[in-house]
Design a protein. Structure first.
Length: 149
């Protein structure tokens, strides 16, 4: 696990003892990571190419699907600090899956683009710090959820 010194990119990874197809099914869902440390069923609705993910606790987050290559890569754009910024001034969240069909699977997340966000430097740094620890929590939740009997 590493973090770029320039505070533009966060990279995390975890190994999950589950079949690749099962991991892909969850990781490819827009906003699966929007929760409080355990995977929940968020309401997801698509309108005009923007996915709106609603979490009962945290509200609604717009996301764009930037690209997908099943079952190894999916990318989303989001701006959790300002829903109007989802199409500009956002970060790119990419998930990479590597492993055997029957597992285990290494899931890597790379969130980049913090340096180009049009916000006050303090606000960018706050979002970076929040997501830096947040990805640890979310990947842990992913592992716990997918490895549960």
């Amino acid at each position: 696990m590493s973090t770029d010194q320039a505070q533009d990119t966060i990279t995390r990874e975890i190994e999950i003892d589950a079949p690749l197809a099962i991991v892909w099914e969850l990781v490819s869902q827009p906003g699966w990571w929007i929760n409080d440390g355990s995977i929940v069923d968020n309401a997801i609705q698509e309108k005009d190419g923007v996915w709106h993910v609603t979490n009962d606790t945290h509200g609604t987050f717009p996301l764009l699907i930037e690209g997908s290559n099943e079952p190894s890569h999916v990318a989303f754009r989001w701006a959790p600090w300002d829903e109007r910024a989802v199409e500009a001034g956002n970060t790119l969240v990419e998930f990479f899956l590597e492993g055997l069909e029957d597992g285990p699977v290494t899931v890597s997340v790379v969130e980049s683009g913090f340096a180009s966000i049009d916000l006050a430097a303090g606000k960018v740094a706050e979002n970076y710090r929040d997501n830096e620890s947040g990805w640890e929590t979310e990947l842990g939740a992913l592992k716990t959820h997918l490895e549960a009997p």
